[in-house]
Design a protein. Structure first.
Length: 76
């Protein structure tokens, strides 16, 4: 039988319910640390309101912008 150090443990990253694989992190978060050197978290805010871009007037999607403006900004 192979010894598994993290057997039965959950990932140390907040709000992650996956099983730990290496160094206390799940496979996804371990690979982010290995390849990028940091764990990135996505922030999506769903609030009733209007897009913060002047003249847009779209319904809020994330980070104070409507979905159209958010995706346009993300491409930059």
């Amino acid at each position: 039988m192979k010894y598994v150090k993290n057997k039965g443990n959950k990932c140390l990253v907040k709000k992650c319910e996956r099983d730990a694989v290496c160094r206390g992190k799940c496979y996804k978060h371990y690979q982010q640390m290995r390849l990028r050197g940091e764990i990135r978290t996505r922030v999506f805010i769903y609030i009733d309101g209007i897009c913060s871009n002047i003249g847009c007037g779209g319904k809020l999607f994330a980070r104070g912008l409507c979905q159209k403006c958010y995706l346009k900004q993300k491409e930059r």
